[in-house]
Design a protein around this ligand. Structure first.
Ligand code: ADP
Ligand code: ASP
Ligand code: MG
Length: 424
């Protein structure tokens, strides 16, 4: 007998037929004698619809352009998961499985106060464990918890993955299975590159980079939690036949295991390519080259919860003036420009320029630590396709390259081939 957390994403619960299909996956694990908690997302497209409704509401008089009340945003967008958790509990009951739905606050999943992008602080797993012992399946609404203000808080887009891994850690589950619409983690997004290969295993650190650099198959925070709490996490498909014999394999189910680097025998130099479209570049021209300038720029941006990514500062020629360029998600560009305009006198720049519609392509692999020339290979391959590079950042295990968004797909395919990742 094992204790398992099973998470089903939006496309897996997109309609009532699929919810019944999910119930069959759950029943299989229950029939095998396992203790099961399920975490569900909202039906595909639902959260986007709810977010759209919030954004379409009239602004409160005096509020800044793109701001709305984050507590009410959470109250609204968390509702999609409430519906699917109830529906799945009913589907399970109709199959003779004892099941009960749980909202975040009922467990409780306690979060901090960062409404819209809250972090889980603590989960009391005791009631879930009591239910396991009664043979009951808990169907938990993902993506939500309760903040210190006693109000609903959501965990950021894609947050049900994090709910699942955090619950798995809290109840000391043997496994956390993330069921989605692909059958594992691939060398790059298989929807963009049909030649992408599925990996049997991927190291936590590589998965963290893949996720934070755009591969939305897992939310970044879920990978961090899995790594810290050593949760055995598999990514697998809900579209596989629930009753196929290999689906019952308890040790190595079909899919990709996220694991410690030591568990991977044949480590490649480059394991994957990730991309993030919709990046915007902002440049501040002719800044004073003095201590405190970066803090004056990035402090206020951080205070406004703007996620700044690639940062490039020129070395000034004469030690007096310099340029600073950085990227933000396109959706945050207006807000960032607004913040920078408000701080113009403090920062002391001359002009600000921005460009959106860019893409960041990243090459990831732990093997890069011990191999030279990986970056040069990427630059040469992109040059041969006449793709211009606007900015570059590197770390020990990744290289990120900013390019015009129109070339994103070509660049991903080119790099995927040049590093020998194509399926043969
Ligand atoms: P869910 O709704 O189940 O949470 P998501 O849409 O959030 O599913 O994530 C699954 C999607 O992630 C896949 O459909 C795929 O297009 C995308 N994806 C991006 N990069 C990868 C990758 N390297 N491996 C697998 N899937 C990826
Ligand atoms: N429904 C939420 C979203 O679309 C959470 C999730 O799917 O993980 O972001
Ligand atoms: Mg997701």
């Amino acid at each position: 007998m094992a204790r398992i957390v099973m998470k089903f994403g939006g496309t897996s619960v997109a309609d009532l037929d699929r919810i019944h299909n999910v119930a069959r996956h759950v029943k299989r694990e229950v029939d095998a004698g396992n203790q099961v908690a399920v975490v569900v997302s909202a039906m595909a497209g639902k959260t986007n619809e709810l977010v759209g409704w919030v954004q379409a509401m009239p602004k409160v008089a005096g509020a800044k352009a793109s701001f709305y009340d984050a507590r009410e945003y959470d109250a609204i967008v968390a509702s999609g998961e409430q519906v699917t958790s109830g529906l799945l509990a009913i589907a399970l009951q109709s199959m003779g499985v004892d099941a009960r739905s749980w909202q975040g606050w009922q467990i409780p999943v306690k979060t901090d106060n960062a409404h819209g992008a809250a972090r889980i602080l603590d989960i009391d797993g005791s009631e879930l464990i009591r239910r396991f012992e009664m043979g009951q399946v808990a169907v938990v609404a993902g993506f939500q918890g309760v903040g210190p203000d006693n109000r609903l808080a959501t965990l950021g887009r894609g947050g049900s993955d994090t709910s699942a891994v955090a619950i798995a850690a809290a109840v000391k589950a043997d496994r956390c299975d993330i069921y989605t619409d692909v059958d594992g983690v691939y060398t790059t997004d298989p929807r963009m590159v049909p030649k992408a290969r599925r990996m049997k295993k991927i190291a936590f650190e590589e998965m963290l980079e893949m996720a934070s650099l755009g591969a939305k198959v897992l939310q970044v925070r879920s990978v961090e939690l899995a790594m810290v709490h050593k949760v055995r996490t598999f990514v697998r498909s809900s579209f596989d036949d629930p009753d196929a014999p290999e689906m019952s394999d308890q040790l190595n189910p079909p899919g990709t295991l996220i694991c410690d680097e030591e568990e991977i025998v044949e480590q490649e130099v480059v394991t994957g390519i990730a991309y993030a479209k919709d990046e915007a570049q902002i440049s501040l021209r002719r800044l004073a080259d003095r201590p405190g300038v970066s803090a004056a720029i990035f402090g206020p941006l951080a205070d406004s919860h703007i996620n700044v990514d690639m940062i490039v500062q020129n070395i000034s020629e004469d030690g007096s003036r310099t340029d600073m360029t950085f990227t933000v998600p396109s959706g945050d560009a207006d807000k960032a420009l607004e913040v920078l305009a408000g701080e113009k006198d403090v920062i002391g720049y001359d002009v600000v320029q921005s460009e959106s519609g860019l893409a960041k392509i990243s090459v990831i692999g732990i093997g890069m630590r011990s191999h030279a020339g990986v970056a040069a290979t990427a630059f040469k391959a992109l040059a041969e396709k006449s793709i211009n590079i606007k900015a570059i950042t590197t770390s020990e295990i990744k290289i990120s390259i900013l390019i015009d968004g129109a070339y994103a797909e070509l660049a991903v395919r080119t790099l995927h081939s040049v590093y020998g990742l194509d399926k043969t």
